[in-house]
Design a protein around this ligand. Structure first.
Ligand SMILES: Nc1ncnc2c1ncn2[C@@H]1O[C@H](COP(=O)(O)OP(=O)(O)OP(=O)(O)O)[C@@H](O)[C@H]1O
Length: 361
């Protein structure tokens, strides 16, 4: 059977079908379309200004590896005038992060970008392995996620960068929209589609891959032969996000535009002022309290302070009376932490096999 011509250039044979648009394109046209769509997202949302020093949150996984490669390419092609650096957080998970950091160290050489690694051990005195050994696996992803965000911020301040980017992609955002709808979490639903967060402070954090499909990231990495690490975290739980992910993948099979459509729906949803104000306040304070109490617990050698077992009883006690009447006891804070843990449980295992994606063609 004769090869189909590329639907973009009509010169070369099509090498793949784009998961996002269904177009049959040659490799070169795919690379260009992929990169220029990210450029469009950057420009349309004014993510950067000339002279910015930008830290790329580099985990060694496919998303952040492709992000580093594409940002470097676009910075040169379009003369953004950015200074790019790689920033990695070593959570202290042996058999996982130590291996993925080796990948980031190779990326540092391959892309000629400076790399800084900050670790939980030096920032908090504990590795994730030690935390899990002390408190078990319950809520460990919550601990880890909050500590990682804070570690990235602290690393960024150390490096004196003025912006941080992460490799969160369209699938991640759409899953989060679905999850927040399914849980009725209006406060997070309002915030989860934002492309830039933290822009009210001094360190905006953005997602240039907000509209980039995970399958296309995998294809790009595969065809470009980028060096990335593809093992799941050994502590990844099978959390609620896993169900949202399965639902999203099923919807994508029927209608590939489902991912973008869900993001657009999330962006367009408005919530009455009376609803959002109260819940937003609680959201912010619960994160701050979590970090505060978790750090306190760890530093005092009481790791169970933040994620103890008396969740139900504490939750009940902490909800008696009006918020103003409730004393800020360790129990009440513990309950807040439990609620936070339940609300922000991390994604379950996910591994996209590039061969499967490419073989779809
Ligand atoms: N240890 C880390 N150090 C620095 N940045 C990180 C780290 N872990 C995650 N990130 C940032 O957060 C983004 C989302 O992380 P997540 O844990 O959801 O991984 P992911 O979706 O598998 O992404 P990746 O493929 O880049 O690992 C990553 O793309 C990266 O930019």
């Amino acid at each position: 059977m004769p090869a189909r011509p590329c639907q973009r250039c009509a010169e070369h044979s099509a090498a793949l079908k784009r998961p996002k648009t269904g177009e049959a394109v040659c490799r070169e046209c795919f690379y260009l379309a992929f990169e220029e769509e990210v450029h469009e997202t950057i420009v349309r949302n004014a993510l950067f200004e000339r002279g910015d020093v930008v830290a790329i949150g580099a985990s060694g996984g496919k998303d952040s590896t492709v992000l580093a490669y594409v940002l470097k390419t676009l910075n040169e092609r379009h003369d953004y005038g950015l200074q790019l650096v790689l920033l990695s957080v070593d959570e202290g998970i042996s058999g996982y992060r130590d291996d993925s950091l080796e990948t980031v160290k190779r990326n540092q050489q391959q892309y000629a970008l400076p790399l800084t690694i900050v670790s939980y051990k030096e920032l908090y005195g504990w590795t994730m392995d030690e935390i899990v050994a002390a408190v078990g696996r319950k809520s460990n992803c919550t601990f880890c996620g909050v500590f990682r965000r804070q570690a990235l911020d602290r690393g960024a301040h150390l490096l004196k960068v003025n912006k941080v980017v992460t490799g969160h992609n369209a699938d991640d955002v759409a899953e989060t929209v679905l999850m927040n709808i399914l849980r009725g979490d209006i406060a997070r639903l309002q915030r989860c589609t934002e492309i830039v967060t933290g822009d009210d402070g001094d360190l905006p954090r953005s997602k240039p891959f907000k509209y980039t499909y995970e399958k296309e990231i995998v294809m790009y990495a595969y065809f470009k032969k980028l060096d990335y690490f593809s093992t799941e975290c050994i502590y990844a739980p099978n959390a609620y996000r896993g169900h949202a992910r399965v639902l999203l993948k099923d919807l994508e099979k029927i209608r590939p535009s489902a991912i973008i459509d869900i993001i657009r729906s999330g962006e367009a949803m408005a919530v009455k002022d009376t609803v959002s104000t109260a819940i937003k306040g609680r959201y912010i304070s619960s994160q701050q309290r979590f970090l505060c109490i978790a750090s306190l617990g760890l530093n005092k050698g009481m790791p169970k302070l933040a994620i103890g077992k008396k969740a139900h009883e504490l939750r009940l006690r902490a909800t008696e009376g009006t918020p103003e009447e409730r004393p800020l006891t360790v129990e009440a804070i513990g309950s807040t932490v439990q609620n936070f843990a339940a609300a922000s449980a991390d994604p379950g295992p996910r591994k996209v096999n590039p061969k499967h994606v490419v073989n779809d063609w």
